[in-house]
Design a protein around this ligand. Structure first.
Ligand SMILES: Nc1ncnc2c1ncn2[C@@H]1O[C@H](COP(=O)(O)OP(=O)(O)OP(=O)(O)O)[C@@H](O)[C@H]1O
Ligand SMILES: [Mg+2]
Length: 457
C-alpha cells in the first residue's frame, strides 16, 4: 500500500464505512423485501377471500361469479398478470385457469402462500379453502390466486433504493470532508517542512512547536533536540578553531622575535641570513593566517541578537580603514579615494565591521594593477546604509564569483593571500543581517564593485 498518510487514513475510514454500508444495505433490502411480500400476500388473500365469498349453492351445485373487485385490487402500473383457479375437492373446476398449480396447506385450512411457475412465469400464490355446507354434505372449495412479481419487485426497489442512495451519499460526503480535513490538518506538518527547507545550513534555532498538534510535537521536539546537539557541536568546533588560532599566536610571535634576533647576529653567513629571512616571511604569513582564522571563528560565532547592541558609524569606520591603507595604496601606486556620507549609523560590532571594510578594500588595492583607482564610498538613506568598494582592476570572472566566498578559495595564484578575506567579510555581513554582492562597474568591462547593505539604525 502507498505510504501517503492521507491515503492510508482514507483507507482506514473507507473500509469500515464500506462494510457498514454493505451490512445496513443488506438489512434494508431484507426489510424492504419482507414488507413488499407482506403487502402482496395481504392483497392475494383479500382477493381470494372475495372470490370465495361469491361461491354459492345453486340447485345442489356449486357456482361462482368472479367479482370484478377481486381482480381490481391488483391494478398497478407494472403490468402484473393475475391468475385464479376455483376448484372443488371432488376435482371440479368452477372458474379460472385449469393448469393453475394449486396447493393447499397440509392438514389444515388456513391460507397457504407459495411460489410457483405458471406459463413460464414465476408467480406468488395463495391457496384459500372455504367449506360449503349443504344438506349435511361438506364441500371444500379451494380458491387459488396468483400474480406475477413485477409490482412486488418495484416496491422492493422503491423502499430500498432511496436508503442505499442516502448511505452512499453519506459515505461520499464523509470521504470529501475527510479529504478537506486532512488537507487542513496536514498544513502544520507542511509548514514544518517549509521551515526546515528554507533555513540556511547554519541557522540552528529550534523549530516552532506552539501551533503543532499534540501528536506531531514529539517529532518536532526530537528534531529540535537534534538541532540543539548540532548547535553545541558546531559551537565546540568553532571554539576549537578559535582556541587553536589563539594558541598558535604566542609561539609564532616568539618565533618572529627569535628570527629577528638571529638575523642581527654579526658573524652570520650570507646564505644563512637568506634562509632566516625566508623563515621570517613564512612566519609572517603564518601569523596572518592565524589571525584570519581567529577572525573567521569570531565572525562565525557572532550572532545578531547577541552583538553588542550598539550603534556604530560606518562612515567613521571606513575613514579609519582608508587612512590605515593609504601607505599600502601609495606603495602599490593606487589612487585610493573615499566618498563618505557625514554619518551612517548601523547596529553592529565595531571591530568586526572594521575587519569587513579592511578586507574588501585591501583586496581592491592588492588586485588592481599599479596606476589603478579604488574608491570606498558609504551612502545612506532612510532605511539603508550602503558600503561600496569599486576598483578598475581585473575583476573576478563570473564563474569564480560564487566561489570566492568559500574559505581558502583564491581566484589568482600569483599573489600572496590565504583565501579567507571574503569568507570573513561574508560571515560578518551575515552576522549583521546585511547583504553582500559582487558586481561590475557601470559602463566598464573592467573592475569589481563590492556592495554591502545594512539596515540603517
Ligand atoms: N577586487 C578584486 N579584484 C580582483 N580579484 C579579486 C578582488 N577581490 C578578491 N578577488 C579574488 O578573490 C579571491 C578571494 O579573495 P579573498 O579576499 O577571500 O582571499 P585573498 O585575498 O586571496 O586572501 P586573504 O584576503 O585572505 O589574504 C582572491 O584570491 C582574488 O583572486
Ligand atoms: Mg583578500
Amino acid at each position: 500500500m502507498t505510504n501517503s498518510l492521507r491515503v492510508r487514513l482514507l483507507w482506514w475510514l473507507l473500509v469500515p464505512l464500506a462494510i457498514y454500508v454493505f451490512v445496513t444495505g443488506k438489512a434494508a433490502y431484507d426489510n424492504a423485501r419482507h414488507t413488499a411480500e407482506l403487502v402482496q400476500e395481504n392483497t392475494l388473500l383479500a382477493s381470494a377471500r372475495m372470490i370465495a365469498g361469491e361461491v354459492e349453492w345453486s340447485d345442489g351445485r356449486l357456482l361462482v361469479d368472479i367479482p370484478p373487485a377481486a381482480l381490481e385490487v391488483f391494478a398497478s402500473p407494472y403490468g402484473d398478470q393475475v391468475f385464479y383457479n376455483v376448484s372443488v375437492d371432488d376435482g371440479r373446476l368452477l372458474a379460472g385457469v385449469p393448469d393453475f398449480p394449486t396447493r393447499r396447506a397440509a392438514g389444515h385450512d388456513s391460507p397457504n402462500y407459495y411460489d410457483a411457475e405458471l406459463h413460464g412465469q414465476s408467480i406468488r400464490a395463495v391457496g384459500y379453502v372455504r367449506q360449503m355446507y349443504d344438506n349435511g354434505a361438506i364441500r371444500r372449495v379451494l380458491v387459488s390466486v396468483g400474480k406475477t412479481q413485477a409490482s412486488r419487485d418495484a416496491m422492493i426497489r422503491e423502499l430500498w433504493r432511496p436508503q442505499l442512495v442516502r448511505q452512499i451519499e453519506m459515505v461520499l460526503l464523509a470521504v470529501a470532508l475527510a479529504c478537506i480535513g486532512l488537507t487542513f490538518e496536514l498544513r502544520p506538518l507542511l509548514k514544518v517542512k517549509e521551515d526546515v527547507m528554507d533555513r540556511d545550513p547554519m541557522q540552528l534555532e529550534p523549530l516552532r512547536v506552539e501551533r503543532l498538534h499534540t501528536e506531531l510535537r514529539p517529532i518536532v521536539e526530537a528534531i529540535n533536540q537534534c538541532i540543539a546537539r548540532l548547535g553545541l557541536q558546531v559551537a565546540a568546533q568553532r571554539r576549537f578553531i578559535a582556541d587553536a588560532a589563539h594558541q598558535l599566536r604566542t609561539p609564532l610571535t616568539l618565533l618572529e622575535t627569535q628570527l629577528q634576533f638571529a638575523r642581527q647576529h654579526r658573524e652570520i653567513q650570507p646564505s644563512l641570513s637568506e634562509a632566516l629571512s625566508a623563515m621570517q616571511r613564512s612566519n609572517r604569513s603564518m601569523v596572518g593566517l592565524t589571525n584570519k582564522l581567529l577572525l573567521l571563528a569570531q565572525a562565525e560565532a557572532a550572532d545578531y541578537t547577541q552583538l553588542a547592541r550598539q550603534k556604530v558609524d560606518l562612515s567613521a569606520i571606513a575613514q579609519d580603514v582608508v587612512e590605515n591603507l593609504a601607505m599600502f595604496a601609495q606603495k602599490r601606486d593606487i589612487d585610493l579615494g573615499a566618498e563618505l556620507a557625514d554619518s551612517a549609523w548601523i547596529v553592529g560590532h565595531e571591530a568586526l565591521l572594521s575587519a569587513l571594510v579592511y578586507n574588501v578594500t585591501e583586496n581592491a588595492i592588492r588586485y588592481t594593477q599599479p596606476g589603478g583607482h579604488v574608491t570606498v564610498s558609504v551612502a545612506r538613506d532612510a532605511q539603508r546604509v550602503t558600503l561600496t568598494v569599486a576598483d578598475d582592476g581585473p575583476g573576478i570572472p563570473a564563474e569564480a564569483r560564487s566561489r570566492v566566498f568559500e574559505p581558502f578559495y583564491r581566484a589568482s595564484a600569483d599573489t600572496e593571500g590565504t583565501g579567507l578575506g571574503l569568507s570573513i567579510a561574508k560571515e560578518i555581513v551575515q552576522a549583521h543581517r546585511g547583504e553582500i554582492a559582487l558586481g561590475m562597474r557601470e559602463h566598464s568591462a573592467r573592475g569589481l564593485v563590492v556592495t554591502v547593505e545594512f539596515a540603517a539604525a
